[in-house]
Design a binder for this molecule. Structure first.
Ligand code: FES
Length: 129
């Protein structure tokens, strides 16, 4: 079991690489933290499983692509489509959304997830806490 030393960030092995699938997530416990690992477009991300709104288990929420309203020349809606270039986490408690790539809420810059450095080597994912 890993132990966290706040004054000396340490790189911890937390998962096998194949547990963090493309477009998916894997939740791990690391000492006092629960961390959501995500892989989107080949890049890994790691966030503390705490929503900036009221502390909900945000990393366990639905993963959905951004919805974009399509407009015609007269600015009339022609329907909505998914933007495959942006994946969002939707907090299961009250629906706050965060970009997987940035950890930021799309419209409230003071709402963001706590990110941890994450990398992988030799088939293992490491988080530095
Ligand atoms: S706690 Fe996440 S939206 Fe409220």
């Amino acid at each position: 079991m890993s132990t966290i030393h706040p004054d000396a960030p340490t790189r911890h092995p937390v998962a096998d690489s194949d547990q963090v699938t493309e477009g998916g997530r894997h939740i791990v416990d690391l000492d006092a933290f629960t961390i959501g690992l995500f892989r989107f477009k080949g890049t890994l991300y790691a966030y503390e499983n705490v929503c900036a709104h009221q502390g909900g288990p945000v990393c366990q929420g639905r993963l959905v692509h951004r919805v974009v309203e399509m407009l015609d020349e007269a600015q009339r809606s022609t329907g909505a489509v998914f933007d495959e270039d942006e994946l969002r986490i939707v907090c299961p408690w009250h629906g706050a959304e965060y970009s997987v790539a940035t950890g930021m809420h799309p419209t409230q810059p003071d709402f963001s997830l706590r990110a941890f450095p994450v990398d992988e080597e030799g088939g293992t994912v490491y988080v530095t806490v």
